[in-house]
Design a protein around this ligand. Structure first.
Ligand SMILES: NC(=O)c1ccc[n+]([C@@H]2O[C@H](COP(=O)([O-])OP(=O)(O)OC[C@H]3O[C@@H](n4cnc5c(N)ncnc54)[C@H](OP(=O)(O)O)[C@@H]3O)[C@@H](O)[C@H]2O)c1
Length: 309
């Protein structure tokens, strides 16, 4: 009884994951879709952006494990039987990389490093002043948002997290509910979105949200593209709320070549690379969850399907 890897377009990751899994357990059966001699032997599927319906051909499937932290591709697949547990994979490397990305971008903008680079291009000696610390509001206090909040707090910034339950790292302020969020926005120098995409968080960052942001502030979206109403962003940037948007995720990925975000002077685009799953890094967690599935035990990092994350 083994694992199938279903990751269309990610052949290299799939091959590396198979090698890493079999290095941990040389008896483990691992197949890469579509080369599966006996679909009845598949107990766990590791997937990333598979096509809906692709998992329906495994009659003994017990675990559908996302190759990354997001699970929309699994929750959006109505063909996955109700008895199959959906889980996600978040390892220390993924968390560290996200923390680096968020902290790096916040520091880059607080310290004006982009301006310093522009000054060098014109041989201009401009000692730029910068504020002693920033007020940072992080939407999401989970594995990634919580870790980013902790890191920024340890660097001396005033950090607030917004979550559903009020969860927050020690010494980090926490707010709950839409009203509290709207009240917090005008005081935040940076707003970082690290939410999962659910019915409740889709389109959260719209014109009314952006209009409440602090003039000159930074918006950093590393959650999912659909958290932001993209057509509302350019008018908001024109009004200076926010002054800059750093976007790693987009409604349509890859971002189309003619999209106005590419050439906008105050939009910083990156191609969904804030934090990438490393096949060797996650193999141990995936194998452990597969063994739990075989033994009929609850999976780690299981997703609450009703809650959507
Ligand atoms: N750009 C990239 O490269 C990249 C890489 C990995 C992940 N991501 C994104 O990052 C997201 C977060 O990952 P994670 O591992 O930190 O997730 P997580 O551990 O599940 O945490 C999610 C957080 O969001 C909060 N939340 C969910 N719905 C909410 C709502 N309606 N209102 C307020 N707060 C809400 C949760 O509140 P509670 O604490 O109260 O439950 C929790 O704090 C992923 O879902 C994925 O979309 C992006």
């Amino acid at each position: 009884m083994g694992i199938v890897i279903v990751m269309p377009g990610r052949d290299e990751d799939a091959a590396r994951l198979r090698v890493a899994l079999q290095r941990l357990d040389s008896d483990l059966e691992v197949w890469i879709q579509p080369d599966i001699p006996d679909p009845g032997r598949v107990v766990s599927a590791v997937t990333w952006k598979h096509s809906p319906g692709e998992l329906g051909r495994f009659p003994n499937l017990r675990a559908a494990i996302s190759y990354g932290a997001g699970v929309e591709h699994l929750l959006d697949d109505p063909s996955i039987p109700a008895g199959v547990t959906i889980a996600r994979t978040v390892d220390e490397g993924l968390i560290r990389d996200m923390v680096e990305f968020v902290v790096g971008r916040v520091i880059e903008h607080r310290r004006g490093f982009r301006g310093v680079a522009a000054d060098q291009r014109t041989s201009s000696w401009v000692p730029r002043r910068y504020p002693p610390h920033w007020d940072v509001l992080i939407l999401g206090a989970g594995r990634l948002g919580g870790a980013a909040a902790e890191a920024l707090h340890h660097l001396g910034h005033r950090v607030t997290v917004w979550s559903r339950s009020g969860r927050a790292p020690v010494h980090v302020s926490s707010i709950v509910g839409r009203e509290a969020l709207l009240e917090a926005l005008p005081g935040a120098d940076a707003v970082v979105c690290l939410l999962p995409l659910t019915g409740a968080t889709r389109d959260l960052i719209d014109a009314s949200f952006l209009a409440r942001m602090k003039p000159g502030s930074l918006l950093l979206n590393v959650g999912r593209g659909a958290h932001l109403v993209e057509s509302d962003l350019l008018p908001a940037l024109d009004s200076g709320r926010p002054a800059v948007a750093v976007l790693d995720v987009f409604t349509t990925e890859p971002l189309p070549p003619d999209h106005p975000f590419w050439g906008h002077p105050r939009v910083v685009v990156s191609p969904h690379v804030a934090s990438l799953t490393d096949p060797e890094g996650v193999a141990g967690a995936i194998l452990a969850n597969h063994r739990r599935a075989v033994a009929g035990e609850p999976l780690c990092d299981a997703v609450d399907v009703d809650r959507g994350y």
